[in-house]
Design a protein around this ligand. Structure first.
Ligand code: C2E
Ligand code: MG
Ligand code: MG
Ligand code: MG
Length: 279
């Protein structure tokens, strides 16, 4: 066996690459098991208007593993996105959110906000995506205006014609469309004009340093004023402090989501806190 440093370097990396592949495979298998066993839940993160009243909620997936506990999407969505698992998970999220809206509707709760779900690019690219949404709406019988879809900017750059067609079809169903993490991706301003968008969600990264970083402040201000001119709503994500909230309000932002108000809550806690009738 050669002792040249080149060889050693290769031998050194081989096991770790194998380990990474094994880890990925086992995570994929665990994910498959979690889907079969129904180990996913949706949490609901409230979205507030300028008066501090709830207008909507973002549905956020969590994986309740018997050994590892509650896993956040960052731990498994990227892996799911590399296989077809994201399609199965995405379908589940869509149906689960609609079923939940239906249950709240049937419970006759005082407040009924809209619920927005995160749709990954691959899921959106599926040829029958609009039909999936249509089926979810029709089989649950919820008002389509109660459902929103969050897409990232990556969706806009691939096959724009298909994206426009799908968005128009979704809008025709009555579902609203938001661009998530706005400002972090490839955002050509032309798309903002062409696409039938309802909401821009300002990425949490810009909101975080809004008071200390003047570039972030200018970016946020620009997004808000641009959206206003295009008649698109803006949601500021990641609002953690009163100072951030005040600043965003001053700049004309009208909807807010973040730990300043609350963390994402289970469906039961969310209903208890935000949807129950005041006696
Ligand atoms: P996102 O769609 O941008 O969701 C917002 C994330 O920011 C959530 O993290 C939320 O808990 C967090 N967040 C909101 N406000 C604050 C704040 O004030 N401070 C801090 N530190 N964090 C805040 P989460 O739930 O971990 O989700 C992470 C990402 O995973 C989401 O980012 C989304 O891209 C993805 N994801 C979540 N659920 C789903 C899903 O059902 N399907 C797909 N495809 N992706 C999902
Ligand atoms: Mg989102
Ligand atoms: Mg976001
Ligand atoms: Mg994100």
């Amino acid at each position: 066996r050669s002792k040249s440093s080149g060889r050693n370097a290769i031998n050194f990396f081989q096991p770790s690459m194998q380990e990474a592949a094994d880890l990925r495979l086992s995570l994929e298998q665990d994910l498959r098991g979690a889907i079969d066993k129904g180990r996913f839940i949706l949490c609901y993160h409230p979205q507030m208007d300028i008066k501090g009243e709830i207008v909507g909620a973002e549905a956020l997936i969590r994986w309740e593993d018997s050994l590892k506990g509650r896993l956040s999407p960052a731990d498994f969505i990227p892996v799911a996105e590399e296989s077809n698992l994201i399609l199965t998970i995405g379908k589940w999220v869509l149906m689960e959110a609609c079923n939940q809206i239906k249950m709240w509707q049937d419970d006759g709760l005082a407040v009924l906000p809209y619920v927005s779900i995160n749709v990954s690019s691959r899921q959106f690219r599926q040829q029958d995506f609009v039909d999936q949404v249509k089926y979810a709406l029709e089989s649950t019988g919820i008002a389509p205006s109660r459902l929103g879809i969050e897409l990232t900017e990556s969706v806009m750059i691939v096959d724009t014609n298909d994206t426009v067609d799908k968005m128009k079809a979704l809008k025709a169903l009555g579902v609203s469309i938001a661009v998530d993490d706005f400002g972090t991706g490839y955002s050509s301003l032309v798309y903002l004009k062409q696409l039938p968008l309802d909401v821009l969600k300002i990425d949490r990264g810009f909101v975080r340093d809004i008071l200390s970083d003047s570039s972030d402040a200018v970016i946020v201000e620009t997004i808000i004023s641009m959206a206003k001119h295009l008649n698109i709503k803006v949601i500021a994500e990641g609002v953690e402090t009163l100072e951030q909230l005040v600043f965003l309000k001053e700049k004309g932002c009208t909807i807010f989501q973040g730990y300043y108000f609350d963390e994402p809550l289970t469906a039961a806690n969310f209903a208890e806190t935000y949807l129950k009738q005041e006696l």
